[in-house]
Design a binder for this molecule. Sequence first.
Ligand code: GLC
Ligand code: CA
Length: 616
Amino acid sequence: MPDTEVAGLKAVGQVDENHAAGWVGPGVSDAAAAHSGHRCRLMERTYAGAGIPVGIAPFEGQHTTPAATRQPGTRQPERPLISVTTSAATPSWLADAILYQVYVQSFADSNGDGIGDLEGVVEHLDYLAWLGVTTIWLSPCFVSPFRDAGYDIADYFTIAPRYGSNDDLASLIDQARRRGIRVLLDLVPGHTSDQHPWFTRSAADPADHRYIWSADAVPDGFVPSPGTRPGGYLPNFFAFQPALNYGYGRPDPSQPWRQSPDEEGPRANRAALREIMDHWLGAGVAGFRVDMAASLVKDDPGHAETSALWGEMRAWLDREHPSAVIISEWGEPATSVAAGFHGDFFLQFGGPTDGLPLRSLWNNRQGTDQEQWAPVAPYFDAAGRGTARTFCDAYAAAAGIAGGAGQIILPTANHDFARLRCGTRGAAQLPAALAFLLTWPAVPALYYGEEIGMRFVPGFADIEGSVLGPQYNRAGSRTPMQWEPGPGAGFSSAPPGRFYLPLDPDPHRPDVATQRADEHSLLHLVRDLIQLRKRNAELGTGPAASLDVLHDGYPLSYLRGGRFLVVVNPSGRTERAAHSRADLATARAVLGSGVSVSADAVIAAPFAYSIFALPQ
Ligand code: GLC
Ligand code: CA
């Protein structure tokens, strides 16, 4: 695969098909094209949530496949074989989590230097507790040259001075725990910064195999050595992020850098991963979000060896840190959970259709977008030209395979792709989307500011590697949190010109203080939805929380636990769906408005959402 030039930055494609991050990976697969021709099947269907008993379980029986037995004839590793079954359930705290991603540099600046920091997070823990958040994930906050906003780590064991100190993290963990909030760190296993001492050493020593080095020539996709060592190294994402060597799924002696995962370099890197996890788990974190988790072993058909690696890590965690979790940036829960992850995100990339299910919900192509993504009308759009079918089918398939072994995690946005409020999708459309997110049987993931309807802000220059393509600037999702009205928005006392990124310049930008004072605000709705979910097991992910989708056109309607009826209408038109459940007419609205239910139909006003309780 050739390298891809993006806006002056070289986003490096890999020499094999193993690249995890779809935005620089191959285009949409044939499977995606086939999928778009897919047609409606049934009016009423039952989907499996993680651990949910199902009426129709399309993939029943597949969810206990041990990762290491799926590829007959491959290497028999000396490391333990892992069988992740439904009995190895995820800790209940993850199943019940309300996950909230804190992008540290943009969340709250406590010392007036214009950059968010750990003490700033501490200062807002009461807010997060009030909102109902149970777990926060901090994007990488380690020593780094920040050419990829901290995903280029130069020291895994030390907090970057711009965010504070290791002691500040300890105090954050402690203060969060007092409020019932767990802290996840970001684990970046696939690559380091080119400034990491492991790499500078490796660039000077041809006998070092912590990275993937060619001997003399610089093969396609490799980057010329910056050191005395000849040849070149394989990058994992940007050129300045050398891939750590975990070996190849298909070693090849004629290309000596294609080592077996059993060689010394890969073994040393696996040991280093355990050491890093052990260090931070010992400091009290609850686990990790794992960056580019699918990318570790190169040229790895079916991700067999990468899965075996994570199976090994999971076995180690289960022995040493049994309450810790690892959740993956993989975008394919069926594969990653079988590999050993406790949960995986649906993402804008990943899986057989390169992220189509998530994009079919949100991506209106006005925020972050890749030219190679097949056009899809997003379901959450005023035009009302999409369908929830694509997502529901993918969710059902993933949940059927993941079974009770792991959680599916559903975000509306993150630091890599556009926020919900984006382009023509304005504030009026957010309540229905967030009602969906918080009543769906996946673990909901809120990205900071989604709860007040912060906007994707277009038009920035590249900041710390934010630009990935002509229409792909991640900075738009990374602007400072809006805490208050006024010039600095309560983010920082620095002059706004010195902020990490400019604030959203919209004079009507939303903020926490104003919405907290208004019971009819989006913020209060999100809080109410979280409370409703927490108080009613039927709205969660456990055994009582079955999901029956009644209609996946407009409006979307589904039953949870046989007890709650949820109706959301993302369209700007009044929408009507017939149904054959006369008992629904007796349901009582518990949250929302604009939806009426009769004995044979549901009628929803533009952008309406409602949750009803059925008489028991
Ligand atoms: C992940 C991160 C992204 C980063 C990339 C390289 O996808 O979420 O922000 O640029 O990995 O580490
Ligand atoms: Ca600061």
